[in-house]
Design a protein around this ligand. Structure first.
Ligand SMILES: [Mn+2]
Length: 427
């Protein structure tokens, strides 16, 4: 643990009486609608969203990267930072690794994670960059490349990610590829999709029985004319072709502006193909801003669907949740803590929706009252529930203030030299 328990206790003490008062007031307010606040606090405690290992480093854009102080040097530093996020928020129990960036001895990784009390979420493969010593280039694609040896190299890499994940206790592989084309006519779109499917069938065949395979669609970038896994339709076709262990991963930023993402969530889940979600926010494109920073209502509407599906499908609905953001001007730990709480907030707000009333207004075509039913839940300030959930588990009532008081970043900066590389982060 990297933040002293005494410091958390001390800062919590300064907020404790205000929280008690706020919690009682909210309990009374919710009781009028026969909602038990303690059950919601329990629900908040059980909620978890994974942190991507690469998220704790400062990102960058195509133009530049401005490093902060005390940035993680390697995966063990990254795990330390993820441990701090979990320690203070108690909402991020797992880390999602990326191979080859985090390719280290699995035993050492497991020991480190155990020490920090965190686990490993889905593994992420990378065939959108060339790796050192790699025989074939991914400049013109990977799993869908025209050259068989290049495709095989990409298949082998994904199978290796599964092997590493098995040693770490992970249970899923997420595949996102940059394959596509930049000009009309550059590729035969049908044949390219066939090549991708055939390659993915080999990856699927290597999955252990208790594993899942998530495919992530993205409309554009780095390919700017066509993308092999462009949209949720292509993604659904892939997951259906591959089999029951395959499902779709939805990233909030990977759609055209104004696309109704909550409807996509509903559609995919309806047919058992919603595997997971990558949270972030955007104003214009795949901005990878902090979750809930721009449009918290959209985040809420996504969770309104997710909670509805959970109510229908019960415990069998276990989507993989991960934050997928790029931090350019903030301390990544602070952004990830804030985002985890925003996602947890949307989950609890969506749990407040009066489903019975909503069903009635929908059945009677009362559009105004139906939408007000959602707004009522969204307007409820659930901070006391989230704060209490953290407090009960030894986290911080106010994670940001506690983190700043601990001087964690300044302390690790003494042993982590500034990383001046001009390379941009994952965008
Ligand atoms: Mn993503």
């Amino acid at each position: 643990m990297h933040i002293a328990a005494e410091l958390i206790e001390k800062t919590n003490q300064s907020h404790a009486s205000a929280l008690d008062a706020d919690y009682s007031a909210l309990a009374e307010h919710l009781q009028r609608s026969s909602i038990d606040i303690d059950a919601l606090t329990q629900r908040a405690s059980q909620f978890g969203v994974a942190v991507p290992s690469w998220g704790v480093g400062t990102g960058g854009t195509r133009f530049a990267r401005f490093p902060g102080i005390g940035e993680p040097r390697h995966i063990f530093d990254k795990l330390d930072d993820c441990g701090v996020i979990q320690q203070l928020t108690q909402a991020t129990p797992t880390v999602s690794l990326h191979i080859p960036w985090d390719d280290e001895d699995p035993t050492a990784l497991r020991e480190k994670a155990d020490e920090l009390g965190i686990g490993f979420d889905a593994m992420n493969s990378n065939t959108f960059q060339n790796q050192e010593g790699q025989a074939h280039s991914y400049k013109f694609g990977s799993l869908s490349h025209t050259d068989e040896a290049t495709r095989q190299q990409a298949v082998d890499h994904n199978i290796r990610c599964i092997e590493i994940g098995k040693a770490l206790g992970s249970k899923a592989l997420t595949v996102w590829i940059g394959d596509g084309s930049n000009f009309p006519g550059q590729t035969h779109m049908g044949q390219q999709f066939d090549r991708y499917l055939n390659a993915m069938k080999q990856v699927y065949a290597a999955l252990p029985d208790d594993w899942q395979l998530f495919t992530e669609h993205k409309m554009y970038e780095p390919a700017f004319y066509s993308t092999v896994v462009q949209d949720w339709g292509s993604n659904y076709l892939i997951a259906t072709e591959l089999g029951p262990k395959a499902s779709c991963l939805v990233d909030l930023g990977h759609h055209a502006p104004n696309v109704n993402i909550e409807m996509i969530v509903s559609r995919l889940a309806r047919f058992g193909k919603l595997g997971g979600f990558h949270f972030n926010d955007s104003k214009y494109g795949d901005d990878d801003l902090d979750s809930g920073a721009i449009d918290p209502y959209r985040l809420f509407l996504v969770f309104a669907e997710l909670v509805d599906i959970e109510l229908t499908q019960g415990d069998s609905f276990t989507p993989a949740y991960m934050l997928d953001q790029s931090h350019n001007v903030t301390d990544p730990i602070e952004s990830l803590m804030t985002s985890a709480i925003e996602v947890q907030r949307a989950f609890i707000q969506a749990s407040l929706i009066d489903r019975k009333a909503l069903a009635h207004y929908q059945a009677t075509n009362d559009a105004l009252m139906a939408t007000q039913t959602l707004k009522q839940a969204f307007r409820t300030n659930v901070d006391p529930i989230l704060q209490r959930a953290r407090q009960l588990r030894g986290g911080a009532i106010d994670p940001i203030t506690t983190y700043r008081e601990a001087n964690y970043r300044q302390n690790v900066a003494t042993e982590r030299p500034e990383i001046r590389s001009s390379a941009s982060g994952i965008v």
